[in-house]
Design a protein around this ligand. Structure first.
Ligand SMILES: Cc1ncc(COP(=O)(O)O)c(C=O)c1O
Length: 405
């Protein structure tokens, strides 16, 4: 049985332990397990906002030419590239994940003009499916073929398939798909891949280049700690970039935006995936996190993340049923435990100083971050959960209407 002292020893030996000091602490005594929803705030964010506000006050329109506001989509993308296994010129930061899903899916479809089938998973995050439904208003011939689970994807790919369009990690169970294997299966049939990395990036490897992935997107605000509503990111493999003619073409993705030409000409490489004016304030906040990502060793992050999850699973065994794969190589960023009254348990945990999240029907999600979680946090949360389960605190009437957002 792992003791608190064992966990403290793991923390003492953790090569990443100093990184936790780069993040602002939350309420004292509260443990935050919601990196699957919103990651912690880097400590230097207030100073970054102050510096930006000063630029706004003093530079005003000269900020566009005298500061680095316009470069942010590519600069931040380059800083995120190592943790995604991409090259610096393959990522741009900007827009939302939903918008980037539209951009990448439309691009992938345009590279396979004679095919109209999109293969995806029925339980994938709804926005991913809504984007296809929206695209169908422009291309009614599109056919969305949904399979029940990851195991059924490969058999569903055929020579009518234009795009295999998947989430790397299931948002309810954290089950992780094999980007490399499924991309190879898609390529074998002449199809392309679009991956939504939202529940994996910053926690588990995506290895985009090594996997041969074509397109990918993901949220900036989860494990990547980019802040509430932070910009998302998009990836196009370098070998595909020059062939992409963006469907959502905007002036900031033009080869020469300030010539104000009537005709769109895509900018070089990923520059074409920038659409409009960058969100300068949101980018300034997100850069605090990107600077940390640019420094860390991805292999250390992934190893610690897997170890934290394994520890949490072993410490909560016998308290609640595991809803995620037990094997870390099949798991994404969070660990899900199952309970029929999951929302009430999440409410009781919040009152016990544990912030986690619920997804119907029964998934209680503990989002883990290798950047700021300690091994002893796993011990602490298991203790508090054990108490709630034993005392059945969650049965209290006040928890029966817990908001599940
Ligand atoms: C897999 C996945 N994709 C996309 C999103 C959200 O996209 P957006 O940033 O456009 O709101 C989420 C949000 O939780 C998600 O889990």
């Amino acid at each position: 049985m792992t003791s608190r002292a064992d966990c403290e020893a793991l923390d003492a030996a953790d090569p990443l332990r100093a990184l936790a000091d780069r993040f602002a602490p939350g309420d004292p005594g509260t443990l935050y397990f919601d990196a699957n929803s919103i990651g912690a705030m880097p400590k230097d964010v207030p100073a970054r906002i102050d510096a930006l506000l000063k630029e706004w006050r003093n530079l005003r329109r000269r900020g566009w030419s005298e500061s680095n506001w316009l470069d942010a989509p590519r600069r931040l993308g380059a800083k995120l590239a190592p943790i995604l296994g991409a090259s610096p010129d393959e990522i741009v930061v900007g827009d939302t994940t939903s918008i980037n899903l539209f951009k990448t899916l439309a691009a992938a479809l345009s590279l396979r003009p004679s095919r109209s089938r999109i293969v995806s998973q029925a339980g994938t995050f709804p926005t991913d499916l809504y984007v296809v439904q929206g695209l169908k208003t422009l291309r009614p011939e599109l056919e969305l073929h949904l399979v029940p689970d990851g195991a059924a994807v490969e058999a569903a790919i055929d020579d009518r398939t234009a795009v295999v369009y998947l989430s790397q990690v299931d948002y309810r169970s954290a089950r992780r798909l094999d980007i490399k294997g499924l991309t190879a299966a898609a390529h074998a049939k002449g199809a392309l891949t679009v991956w939504d990395l939202s529940h994996g990036a910053g926690a588990v490897p995506a290895d985009l280049d090594a996997s041969g992935a074509d397109f990918a997107v993901g949220c900036g605000y989860k494990y990547l700690c980019g802040g509430p509503g932070s910009p998302a990111y998009a990836f196009i493999a370098r070998r595909r970039q020059e062939a992409v003619k963006p469907a959502l073409a905007g002036w900031m993705g033009h080869a020469n935006p300030f010539t104000f030409s009537t005709d769109y000409a895509p900018g070089p490489g990923m520059a074409r995936f920038v659409v409009g004016t960058p969100s300068v304030i949101a980018n300034a906040i997100m850069e605090g996190a990107c600077d940390i990502w640019a420094e860390v060793d991805p292999a250390q992050v992934f190893a610690k993340h897997a170890a934290l999850g394994d520890l949490l699973i072993s410490l909560t065994k016998g308290i609640l049923e595991l809803g995620s794969p037990a094997d870390a190589s099949e798991r994404g960023g969070f660990v899900a435990l199952r309970h029929a009254a999951g929302a009430a348990v999440v409410g009781a945990l919040a009152d016990a100083g544990v912030v986690c999240s619920f997804r119907p029907p029964d998934s209680i999600r503990f989002g883990l971050s290798a950047l700021y979680h300690r091994y002893v946090d796993m011990w602490e949360v298991a203790e508090r959960l054990c108490r709630i389960a034993h005392d059945e605190t969650w049965k209290d009437a006040k928890y029966q209407k817990t908001k599940t957002i």
